[in-house]
Design a protein around this ligand. Structure first.
Ligand SMILES: NC(=O)c1ccc[n+]([C@@H]2O[C@H](COP(=O)([O-])OP(=O)(O)OC[C@H]3O[C@@H](n4cnc5c(N)ncnc54)[C@H](OP(=O)(O)O)[C@@H]3O)[C@@H](O)[C@H]2O)c1
Length: 322
């Protein structure tokens, strides 16, 4: 697997990582045996970057990931995150950060976190206090690298001045491109970028289902009216884009998931997407994207297929970048 460097502090990982959110939230029930096989398949195929968070099952996701990587923990980079409350509010108070990190170390069964992200900016805690707390944790050996998620340019600069930020993680896919406006700041400060939900939460895959009712009752794509891309009226438009993209992919002997991931990889050497799947075969499919080269006509064909983009907003409503 190709390697990429995130930031200027020495963080080096496989060009594609593994997103572990679906193990414990968002996409319906998980079969631990199957999910463990998926994680181990990812490692066997060269993935060295595993992404989790306190939020993902409040310990359950970290425990499952910790069990799955037991035996090769020292060969991989583990990223986790703090900052949500159980009511989906924000809490980045220093004491809370320290408590969450200690819990994550216990749940994962490790003695340090390689990357620690603030999951969401907390408007009630100055980012300097957050960065200062992470710096203390780095000095104490509990954390190695600092990351932010869904942070805006001023916040990134202010945090970086206290503790260098190695990586920003925000939503980025063929369906969600707003974050491209932040790339100049990342370039200037030498910060790496991790696109989350790189397959648009499964919309940009062969696993797309036509109705929110076809998803498990605990799947977030079904809850309420489902995510905006799935809502009637939006879905038909977005499905037509998927069909166009699938034709482009098939012309390359690839799948739409591979095309979506190869497109992200083509956007810059500082980019490491973290697709999530609990299915070993899908993991294999997704990882083959590192070998899918896209040339200028391919990129043009992708833009043409996207047209004016999908109908409906991404899921992270209410996130304000400052
Ligand atoms: N920082 C943040 O706020 C934040 C927010 C969201 C996500 N994340 C991180 O980003 C990671 C990835 O995002 P995500 O899981 O939301 O979305 P994603 O990777 O865009 O899509 C995951 C969904 O697609 C399905 N899938 C994956 N590969 C497939 C394939 N080849 N064919 C068919 N279906 C496929 C998965 O189902 P199966 O599991 O059933 O295969 C799952 O339902 C997360 O795991 C998490 O680590 C971070």
């Amino acid at each position: 697997m190709q390697q990429r460097t995130l930031g200027r502090q020495g963080l080096r990982v496989s060009a594609l990582g593994y997103g572990a959110m679906g193990l414990a939230m968002a996409y319906g029930p998980t079969d631990e045996r199957e999910a463990t096989a998926a994680i181990r398949r990812a490692f066997d195929l060269g993935v060295t970057f595993f992404d989790t968070a306190e939020l993902y099952g409040w310990g359950e996701g970290e425990k499952l990931l910790g069990r799955a990587i037991d035996g090769f923990r020292d060969d991989v980079v583990i990223a986790s995150k703090f900052g949500f409350t159980r009511q989906f509010g924000y809490d980045s108070r220093p004491d809370h950060i320290r408590e969450v990190v200690d819990n994550s170390l216990t749940f994962l069964g490790v003695d340090h976190l390689d990357v620690l992200y603030q999951h969401r900016v907390d408007p009630n805690v100055p980012i300097e206090d957050v960065a200062g707390t992470v710096k203390e944790l780095i000095d104490a050996g509990k954390v190695t690298y600092f990351g932010l998620s869904e942070a805006g340019p001023r916040t990134i600069r202010r945090a970086h001045a206290v503790q260098p930020v190695s990586v920003l993680q925000s939503e980025y896919s063929l369906f969600t491109r707003e974050v491209e406006s932040l790339f100049p700041v990342l370039d200037e400060l030498g910060i790496g970028f991790v696109p989350y939900s790189p397959l648009a939460r499964g919309f940009l895959t062969g696993g797309l289902k036509g109705s929110t009712e076809e998803y498990d009752s605990t799947d977030s794509r079904r809850s309420g009216a489902g995510l905006p891309w799935w809502q009637p009226g939006n879905f038909e438009h977005n499905h037509a884009i998927v069909q166009e993209l699938t034709s482009v992919a098939e012309g390359k002997g690839a799948t739409i998931a591979q095309l979506a991931l190869a497109w992200l990889l083509s956007r810059g050497e500082h980019i490491v997407p973290i697709p999530g799947s609990r299915d070993p075969r899908r993991v294999e499919e997704n990882l083959a994207a590192v070998d899918l080269a896209l040339d200028a006509p391919d990129l043009d064909a992708i833009e043409k297929a996207l047209g004016d983009g999908p109908a409906g907003r991404r899921n992270s409503e209410g996130v304000q970048w400052d």
